[in-house]
Design a protein around this ligand. Structure first.
Ligand code: FMN
Ligand code: EPS
Length: 386
């Protein structure tokens, strides 16, 4: 079983992840993990914190001479901002005399619900972990999962399909071409005509002190038949993908394939007819199902979309109530992202890669990459002529 845990606060010394259940002898490149961390920090609309951080992973265990040993892998990403917070976020000792505690909950954040749930008078103890800073660890974990998937020619891509009120519209080309254009874009859109329009919108929204969300699409190619199961709801690949994507900060909706649009169309326009040819095996002319039927991967690309709400911290303050005085106040802030949907798309890719890798290991198992590959090859040849 492939599993992971993460720990770490936004302004603490470091973020940590432990992955357990990777097969032995899997080549793992730190450079590839760092590349994914870099991608997550990009995107027009991010705030001052991104100018402080340059995320790099440190491996603490489970890898020797560039390959996994089959033992738990520890990943650490240090917070550069920690040096500015050492007093206020000290692990030991007493709080400094001049410590300003946070008593003003921000609408759209975990602040109020978290302070009441964990009985905290200083909301900092809530926001530090609720912050999307820990999406850096998710991306590091996903970057490891991707390297396992790449061994089996499974690839994960993303692009932005809507940003605030702007629809990117139909995009031309293969999945790989669309992804390559998104990769070049400052806002991860595959349609270059829309890029400038979106950047202008983000600039205006920033000027107005407001914020934006967006919708991104993640596509996975090369997924074999048979990941996930209809045996139980929690084993369905679609339920696992939706749950994992909803676990990313600010994600409020997930669609698989046609998603909500399936409900607006006739059955004949939604379901993907089945064809067979000796060269291609079973094939489909459409992919309304987004590569999953009955909670099981059906050999088509997996297509999922996730909706991110606008960033909740606004320069134009929203009304709230001080938890100490119960007096109303209007929040003032020092820095925030205005739009982080392009970054969220990279986090989405990571978490999707993780779910696919976990389902892959569940199906094929194996304690070494060689054993996993033998099991995979065996299944592929078993279903080839069926
Ligand atoms: C990549 C990324 C960056 C984010 N940056 C900010 C930010 O700078 N300011 C902010 O208020 N919220 C930011 N958020 C959103 C909040 O973390 C999130 O809305 C909050 O933790 C509440 O969680 P919920 O929206 O899932 O309910 C970001 C989210 C993501 C995915
Ligand atoms: C640090 C990251 O994102 C942060 C997520 C975040 C939030 O409230 O979720 C608030 C901001 O941090 P700060 O409060 O330090 O300015 C973002 O920069 C990151 O993505 O690495």
């Amino acid at each position: 079983m492939l599993r992971y845990l993460t720990a770490g606060e936004s302004h603490g010394p470091q973020l940590t992840a432990i992955i357990e259940g990777l097969p032995a002898n899997l080549p793992l490149s730190i450079e590839k993990i760092n590349h994914q961390l870099w991608r997550r920090q990009q995107g027009f609309g991010r705030g001052g914190r991104m100018r402080i951080e340059t995320d790099q992973v440190k491996i603490g265990s489970g890898i020797r001479f560039g390959e996994t040993s089959g033992m738990p892998v520890t990943l650490v990403v240090e917070n550069r901002d920690w040096k500015n917070w050492e007093q206020r976020m000290a692990i030991e000792g007493n709080p400094p005399d001049d410590l300003e505690i946070v008593t003003k909950p921000r609408p759209g954040h975990a602040d109020l619900a978290g302070a009441l749930k964990y009985n905290q008078t200083d909301i900092r103890n809530v926001l530090e972990r609720a912050s999307a800073r820990n999406t850096a660890t998710l991306v590091a974990v996903g970057a490891v999962a991707r390297q396992l998937l790449e061994q089996f020619q499974i690839h994960v891509y993303s692009h932005i399909v809507e940003l605030g009120p702007i629809q990117v519209g139909p995009v031309e080309g293969t999945i790989e071409e669309i992804a390559a254009r998104a990769e070049q874009s400052q806002v991860r859109v595959a349609n270059p005509e829309k890029e400038q329009e979106i950047i202008k919108l983000i600039k205006n929204v920033r000027k107005e002190g407001n914020s934006l969300g967006g919708i991104f699409e993640v596509v996975v190619t090369g997924v074999p038949f048979g990941l996930g199961s209809y045996a139980m709801p929690d084993r369905k690949l679609d339920s696992r993908l939706a749950g994992a994507l909803m676990g990313i900060q600010a994600i409020k909706g997930v669609e698989i394939g046609m998603g909500f649009d399936a409900a607006r169309n006739f059955g004949s326009d939604v379901h993907d007819e089945i064809f067979y040819s000796p060269e291609k095996g079973y094939w489909r002319g459409t992919n309304g199902a987004g590569g999953i039927e009955g909670g099981v991967s059906n050999g088509q690309p997996i297509v999922v979309r996730a909706a991110m709400k606008p960033i909740p911290t606004l320069y134009k303050p929203l009304r709230s109530v001080d938890m100490r005085t119960k007096e109303p106040f209007e929040a003032s802030i020092e820095r925030s992202d205005v739009c982080a949907a392009p970054a969220a798309a990279v986090v989405g890719e990571a978490i999707v890669a993780w779910v696919i890798a976990a389902a892959f290991m569940e199906k094929f198992g194996g304690d070494s990459l060689q054993e996993t590959r033998a099991n995979y090859n065996n299944f592929v040849s078993m279903v080839k002529d069926r």
